[in-house]
Ligand binder design. Structure first.
Ligand code: NAD
Ligand code: ZN
Length: 351
């Protein structure tokens, strides 16, 4: 089969591979729609996962089941399915401890385009199909469905990590697609004043549609100072980090969050060290919590998040700025994620 792959660090292209084989608990899926992710760029061009060779890329997809293992109960060939980017081993001790994303080791629930071939192939393999797949709801458009693989669960997890509550003042730092879903998630969770930090007009416009009450441009000076100025010097209750840098952004988040506040990070930190400003962290006694995490996958999570779309509470299609039709456009879509033109939020490829 054909797949679009990381051939070596800094090198991508089409390769031929053996079609994956199906274990007794597994499924083989043919993609119907896929999307490239900023994480694919970190993988290929920034060494995020270390060296990888001839690995098919992609972890955001929806598809049609073509084969299931003998022990799979709830799915059959022909089913159209949601596929989360994170597909844990549900029997692992880490899963039993409540951290399925770390089943088998830290971050090891992330398998596609990490430990095995991803979804940019003619077929891909899904472990533990009953636990990791969900049926594509009737009538859901494929482009919205692809956002359930990663963008929605990641942005929403940032909101969970920050523990946003009714009436909280919230700041979301970075409003690419992940941050936009954090804005939407914070609004659903009852944020009152909702500050979104970004610079591109298209992202700012969509952030307002998802519930941002104020846009803060990080080119206009220190964002912590801007947030403090907008809140009469008091700061916000919660911060979600979905963009920015290790050193600068965490320091700003600590400065802008109130004593007792929480910071939820879902941003990938590619370099540098996180710097926590001592005095603003209450000299170690400010009860300002920082939590960072990988998105949760699995069937229940997919079904619940999908229900937000089918019930009309969430419309992820507002983020989709580029739609391609055809397998051959995967490369062009990926290059958009690399070059981030100003009119881009998220591209999708319908196959
Ligand atoms: P993106 O690049 O589209 O968005 C990041 C945004 O941050 C951009 O809009 C950028 O303008 C903004 N930004 C840059 N510097 C900033 C600064 N100093 N202050 C404030 N904002 C700044 O990326 P994305 O696709 O939205 O993904 C966001 C991050 O989430 C990436 O690092 C990605 O790898 C990561 N990610 C994490 C998970 C997870 O499970 N935790 C899953 C998917 C993606
Ligand atoms: Zn991703």
């Amino acid at each position: 089969m054909k797949g679009f792959a990381m051939i070596a660090p800094n090198q991508v292209g089409w390769i031929e591979k053996e079609r994956p084989t199906c274990g007794p608990l597994d499924a083989i899926v043919r993609p119907l729609a896929v999307a490239p992710c900023t994480s694919d760029i970190h993988t290929v061009y920034e060494g995020a996962l270390g060296d990888r060779f001839n690995m098919i890329l992609g972890h955001e997809g929806v598809g049609e089941v073509v084969e299931v293992g003998s022990l799979v109960k709830d799915f059959k060939p022909g089913d159209r399915v949601l596929v989360p980017a994170i597909t844990p081993d549900w029997g692992a001790v880490e899963s039993q401890a409540g951290y399925s994303v770390h089943s088998g080791g830290m971050l090891a629930g992330w398998k596609f385009s990490n430990f095995k071939d991803g979804v940019f192939g003619e077929f891909f393999h899904v472990n533990e199909a009953d636990a990791n797949l969900a049926l594509l709801p009737e009538g859901m458009d494929l482009a919205s469905a692809v956002m359930l693989a990663d963008m929605i669960p990641t942005g929403f997890h940032g909101v969970e990590l920050a523990d946003v509550q009714f009436g909280d003042k919230v700041c979301v730092i970075g409003i690419g697609p992940v941050g936009l879903m954090a804005v939407a998630g914070a609004a659903l969770r009852g944020a009152s004043d909702l500050y979104a930090v970004g610079s591109r007009k298209i992202c700012a416009d969509v952030a307002r549609e998802y519930g941002a009450t104020e846009i803060i441009d990080y080119h206009n000076g220190d964002i912590a100072e801007q947030v403090l100025a907008l809140t009469g010097g008091k700061g916000v209750d919660k911060v979600v980090i979905a963009g920015g840098t290790s050193e600068e952004t965490f320091a700003q988040a600590v400065k802008m969050v109130k004593a007792g506040g929480r910071i939820g990070n879902v941003n990938y930190l590619g370099s540098g060290d996180v710097i926590i400003p001592r005095v603003e962290w209450g000299c170690g006694m400010g009860h300002k919590t920082i939590a960072g995490g990988l998105m949760y996958g699995g069937r229940l999570r997919m079904e619940k998040l999908a229900s937000l779309i089918t019930s009309g509470r969430l419309d992820p299609s507002k983020m989709i700025t580029h739609t391609f039709h055809g397998f051959e456009y995967i490369e062009e879509a990926l290059m958009l994620m690399k070059n981030k033109p100003r009119d881009l939020i998220k591209p999708v490829v319908i196959l």
